[in-house]
Design a protein around this ligand. Structure first.
Ligand code: NAP
Length: 247
């Protein structure tokens, strides 16, 4: 197997697992973080932090550092960096690691929406909401004075929440028991989720199903088509099968 110089665009658990797998397969791996999380869980291997300065900056970085492969292992909702990677890669092999989206079961009650604004509009008057969309996009929900509830994120936001909202700072995974307890204890009438996919945060959906709570499910944004794998193993196999020149 030929060792490859790999840049992982990270910020996800899958990206960390991929870094671990590729390093143990003998590749030279750097993970890139945007720098939005103050204390990200550190992956194995080298780490760089901060934006590249758009597609052009990324292209220059890839060329100067002479990467063989770029893996876009960013969150399914990180649309800008994925578009930049597709534009910047040029002759450098670009692969994506992305878990499949969740699919509603017959006993689920999902309200499918296209984006955050549509999610806000989908909530009925005086709903008691559990928000699980991170910290960057909660403002339009909080601005609706009739809504109340709980918002969960990994790190706190700078601006305090109004008294009708409770803040939970926690990192997944969560147990089914604790998710059911949370929805029940706060009298939640609607769960709001991005369709992130994966098993790590799926327990909230199982809890909502058990309690017959509707889920406002936000669809994934568009990302340019690139060769995509849904598992670390399959992507590792692709890279390990590459010959002396990436492609
Ligand atoms: P985004 O909107 O797609 O990207 C915004 C800008 O952040 C990009 O233009 C880029 O700056 C920089 N950036 C994003 N990911 C980067 C990376 N891995 N390395 C270096 N620069 C990066 O991204 P986002 O939605 O804000 O997400 C930021 C990070 O958080 C991503 O790495 C993502 O995997 C992670 N994350 C996002 C979500 C979510 O719901 N969006 C959830 C969990 C984790 P330049 O243009 O200057 O290069």
């Amino acid at each position: 197997m030929q060792s490859k110089k790999v840049l992982i665009l990270g910020g996800t658990r899958d990206a960390r697992q991929l870094a671990f797998r590729l390093i143990h397969a003998g590749h030279d791996v750097t993970t890139s973080f945007a720098g939005v999380t103050e204390h990200p869980v550190q992956p194995e291997g080298k780490v760089r932090v901060g934006g590249f300065g758009g597609a052009q900056g990324l292209r220059q970085y890839l060329q100067v550092e002479e990467y063989d492969v770029v893996v876009d292992a960013t969150h399914p909702f990180a649309a800008i960096i994925s578009a930049n990677a597709a534009e910047a890669a040029g002759d450098i092999l670009l692969l994506r690691l992305e878990r499949p989206a969740w699919i509603a079961r017959p006993d689920d009650n999902w309200i499918d929406v296209e984006n955050i604004e549509a999610a806000v509009s989908a909530l009925p008057l005086n709903a008691s909401v559990m928000l699980t969309i991170g910290r960057k996009e909660i403002e339009p929900f909080i601005k609706r004075a009739d809504l109340k509830g709980v918002t969960r994120m990994i790190e706190p936001r700078a601006i305090a929440l109004p008294p009708s909202w409770n803040l939970i700072l926690e990192r997944p995974p969560f147990t089914l028991g604790s998710e059911i307890g949370l929805l029940h204890d706060h009298g939640i009438t609607h769960l709001v989720s991005k369709n992130a996919g994966g098993s790590e945060t799926e327990t909230k959906l199982v809890a909502a199903r058990n309690l017959k709570i509707p889920v406002v499910m936000i669809a994934r944004p568009f990302k340019p088509a690139v060769t995509t794998y849904s598992t670390v193993e399959a992507l590792n196999t692709h890279i390990s099968k590459l010959g002396s020149s990436a492609g």
